[in-house]
Ligand binder design. Structure first.
Ligand code: GLU
Ligand code: MG
Length: 628
C-alpha cells in the first residue's frame, strides 16, 4: 500500500505543521528525478502483478471462519525464507493494511516476450503454496476482495473488542484496532485521516432489499455516542473505519514503459478501461455481515480514507482550508496526461496554483504540471520525525508521501532516484479473484491490451467525465450484464503521442462530433455487428500475427475465454456467484443477513475451489490447463 518508513510517527497536529515543508521538498524531489530521467528510453516492456491475500482460520467445530491477525509474523517468516536468503527468490512479500493481510508479487518483473504469459499462473501458484506452507493448521490463504463478516462481533482470531473511545485509532464501533497492521504507518494513517477530517470516516453502502429485509432498514448501535446515529443512513449498511475499505483485497498490474511519453499515453488509455475491467472483476457484494446492493469495493474504500474536512467537501464555506476538493484521495483520476487526452480533460481540476507555477517555470509541460499540482492539494497524512529533513537530490520520500496516498484508479510513477527503473504506470481498479487461473487471466488480458494499444496505436479516450460516470455504473449490482458504459466507437482515428506529438492538437477530432456511445460490457469485450468490433476479436487478431509457442497460445486463449464468457454472462462474476450461494443456503432467511454459518460454508467452498479440490464451472468454466 505504499512507502514504509521506520521511526517515530508524528500526530496530526505535528504533521500539519510540516505539510508545506513536505510539499515544497516533494516538488524539488520530483523535479530532480524528472530532470535526470526525462530523456530515458527503455526498449523493453517490464511488468508485474500484485495480489493481496487474507489469512483465514476455519473453525470446524464451531462452524465459524475468522480473519487471523498474524500477518506480521507470516510476512517475516516468508521474507526470511525468501528474499532475505536469496535475492533471486521467485516471490516477494509485502505488508498490507489489515493485520490479517499480506501482499505477494513475482520476485522479478516479467519481460516483453509472449512466453512469459505462460509463467504468471505458475508464479501465483508458487506464492499461494509458499504462504500456505507457513500457516498453522486450520488456517488458509484466501484471495477474496471483501470478507463478508468484516466488522461483525468476533470476526478476528484472536478475538478483540473494538475500542470506540478517544484513545482508539479508528474509534470504530465494529473494527478493532488490533486488525490494523502493527507497522506504525497504518495506524498513523488511520488516526490522522480521522483527525484531519474532524470526525470518523463515514461509509454508507445501500443494503440489498430482499423479501424479508426490514424496511426501512435502520440499525441501532448500543455503543454509539451519537456520531453513528447522525452518520448512518436508513436502508444502508453503515461502517466507520478505514479498515472497512483498506482491509479489502485487490489485484493490480504495474507496467514499465519505454519512455515517459509512452507511460503517459498508456496511463490515459488504460484509465478508460478502469470501470469496464472493474465491473468484469466484481467480487465484493457483502459488507459487515449484510448483503449489499453493490458488487465492487471501490466506493467503500474511497469513503474509508476520505480525509476531507467539511469545508473541503463543500458543507461549509472555506475558512481554514484552501480548496474545495471534489473527490476522496482514493478515487478515479482527474486529468489525462498525454497530449491526445488534453481535449477530453473536462473535469473541474483543483490545483495548487503556486506549485503549478513552480513546475511550469521549471520547464514541466502543462499536463504533467497540473497532474502533480492536483496530487499536491492534499496534506501528508503520516510523517516520521526522523524523516523530515531529507537529501532532495537522492531521496524522494516527500514526493512519495503524497504520491502514494493519492490512491487513484491509475498511478503514474516516476522512477525512484538513482535506480535503473523506468517510467511506470499502475492499473489499480481490479478486484481480486478466487483462483490463480482467474487472476492470471485478468492480468494477462490487461497486459495484452497494452501491447495491442501500443502496436495498433489505438485510441480509447472519451471525456473524463464519462469515465467517471462509468465508474459509478461499474459498481452497481450486476453491472456486467445490466450496465451501460460510454465507450469509443472508432478506436483507429485517434492520435499517438509517442509517435507524433505535434499533430495531436491539430487533428481536429472535435469537429467530427462524438466518437463514443453507450455499450454493454458484452459489446465492448466481445463486439457487436455494426456497433463495435470488440476487444477480444482485436486481441485474437494480434495473437494470430505473433510468434507464440503452442502451449503459451493455449494458455492465453483459455484466459481470453474466461474474460469473454464473463462479459457475455455465460459465466458469473464472483459477486454474482457469492450472491447465489447465499441465496440458496438453507440458513439464509432472505433478510440480507450473512450468518456465521453461511459465511463459514461460503468460505469453505471458496477455499476448496481455490485449492483446485473442487470445480466450479459456473464461475470459472472448465479450462483445460488448470492447476498447471
Ligand atoms: N487494497 C486496496 C484496494 O483494494 C489497494 C491498496 C494498495 O494500493 O496496495 O484497492
Ligand atoms: Mg497493496
Amino acid at each position: 500500500m505504499g512507502l514504509l518508513s521506520q521511526g517515530s510517527p508524528l500526530n496530526w497536529e505535528e504533521t500539519k505543521k510540516y505539510a508545506d515543508h513536505v510539499r515544497k521538498h516533494g516538488i524539488v524531489q520530483f523535479l530532480n528525478i524528472y530532470n535526470k530521467v526525462k530523456e530515458r528510453q527503455k526498449d523493453v516492456l517490464l511488468w508485474g502483478d500484485e495480489v493481496e491475500y487474507m489469512l483465514i482460520e476455519m473453525d470446524e467445530k464451531n462452524e465459524k471462519v475468522r480473519l487471523v491477525l498474524n500477518g506480521g509474523e507470516v510476512l517475516e517468516t516468508l521474507q526470511d525464507k525468501g528474499e532475505k536468503t536469496n535475492p533471486n527468490h521467485p516471490t516477494l512479500w509485502r505488508p498490507e493494511y489489515g493485520s490479517y493481510m499480506i501482499e505477494g508479487t513475482p520476485g522479478q518483473p516479467y519481460g516483453g516476450t509472449m512466453s512469459e504469459f505462460n509463467t504468471v499462473e505458475d508464479n501465483m501458484g508458487k506464492r499461494r503454496r509458499e504462504a500456505s506452507s507457513v500457516l498453522n493448521k486450520n488456517e488458509t490463504l484466501a484471495t477474496i476482495t471483501s470478507f463478508p463478516r468484516l466488522g461483525c462481533p468476533g470476526f478476528t482470531q484472536p478475538e478483540y473488542n473494538p475500542t470506540p473511545v478517544e484513545k482508539g485509532v479508528s474509534k470504530s464501533l465494529f473494527f478493532p484496532d488490533e486488525a490494523i497492521n502493527r507497522h506504525p504507518r497504518f495506524s498513523t494513517l488511520t488516526r490522522n485521516i480521522r483527525h484531519r477530517r474532524g470526525e470518523k470516516v463515514v461509509i454508507n453502502v445501500p443494503i440489498f432489499k430482499d423479501k424479508c429485509t426490514p424496511s426501512p432498514f435502520v440499525e441501532k448501535f448500543p455503543e454509539d455516542d451519537g456520531e453513528a446515529a447522525r452518520a448512518a443512513l436508513p436502508d444502508h449498511i453503515y461502517m466507520d473505519a478505514m479498515g472497512f475499505g483498506m482491509g479489502n483485497c485487490c489485484l493490480q498490474v504495474t507496467f514499465q514503459a519505454c519512455s515517459i511519453e509512452e507511460a503517459r499515453y498508456l496511463y490515459d488509455q488504460l484509465a478508460t478501461f478502469c470501470p469496464i475491467v472493474m465491473a468484469l472483476s466484481a467480487a465484493s457484494p457483502f459488507y459487515r455481515g449484510y448483503v449489499s446492493d453493490i458488487d465492487c469495493r471501490w466506493g467503500v474504500i474511497s469513503a474509508s480514507v476520505d480525509d476531507r474536512t467539511g469545508e473541503e467537501r463543500g458543507l461549509e464555506p472555506l475558512k481554514s482550508n484552501k480548496f474545495r476538493i471534489l473527490k476522496s484521495r482514493y478515487d478515479s483520476i482527474d486529468s489525462y496526461l498525454s497530449s491526445c487526452g488534453d481535449k477530453y480533460n473536462d473535469i473541474d481540476l483543483t490545483i495548487d496554483e503556486e506549485i503549478n507555477k513552480e513546475l511550469l517555470d521549471a520547464g514541466i509541460d502543462k499536463l504533467l504540471a497540473q497532474h502533480i499540482a492536483h496530487l499536491f492539494i492534499r496534506d501528508p497524512l503520516s510523517l516520521f520525525e526522523e524523516k523530515i529533513h531529507l537529501d532532495d537530490e537522492n531521496e524522494s520520500d516527500h514526493f512519495e508521501n503524497l504520491q502514494s496516498t493519492n490512491w487513484q484508479t491509475m498511478r503514474f510513477k516516476p522512477p525512484p532516484p538513482n535506480s535503473d527503473i523506468g517510467w511506470r504506470v499502475e492499473f489499480r481498479p481490479m478486484e481480486v479473484q478466487l483462483t490463480d487461473f482467474e487472476n492470471s487471466a485478468y492480468v494477462v488480458f490487461i497486459v495484452l491490451l497494452t501491447r495491442v494499444i501500443l502496436s495498433y496505436k489505438l485510441d480509447f479516450l472519451i471525456p473524463l467525465s464519462k469515465v467517471d460516470e462509468n465508474m459509478k455504473a461499474a459498481q452497481e449490482r450486476n453491472a456486467v450484464q445490466e450496465g451501460m458504459f460510454y465507450f469509443r466507437k472508432d478506436i483507429y482515428k485517434g492520435c499517438n503521442p509517442v509517435l507524433d506529438s505535434s499533430s495531436a492538437a491539430q487533428n481536429g477530432l472535435d469537429s467530427e462530433g462524438d466518437h463514443y456511445i453507450l455499450m454493454s460490457i458484452d459489446t465492448i469485450i466481445n463486439g457487436k455487428e455494426g456497433v463495435f468490433q470488440g476487444l477480444i476479436p482485436i486481441l485474437n487478431c494480434y495473437l494470430e500475427n505473433m510468434e507464440v509457442d503452442v502451449d503459451t497460445r493455449c494458455t492465453i486463449l483459455n484466459y481470453l475465454k474466461l474474460i469473454k464468457r464473463r462479459a457475455s454472462g455465460e459465466l458469473m462474476t464472483m459477486a454474482k456467484w457469492m450472491r447465489e450461494f447465499v441465496d440458496k443456503h438453507t440458513q439464509y432467511k432472505q433478510d440480507s443477513v450473512i450468518t456465521d454459518k453461511i459465511n463459514y460454508d461460503l468460505l469453505r467452498k471458496c477455499d476448496s475451489i481455490a485449492k483446485g479440490e473442487e470445480r466450479c464451472p459456473e464461475l470459472i468454466g472448465d479450462p483445460v490447463n488448470r492447476g498447471k
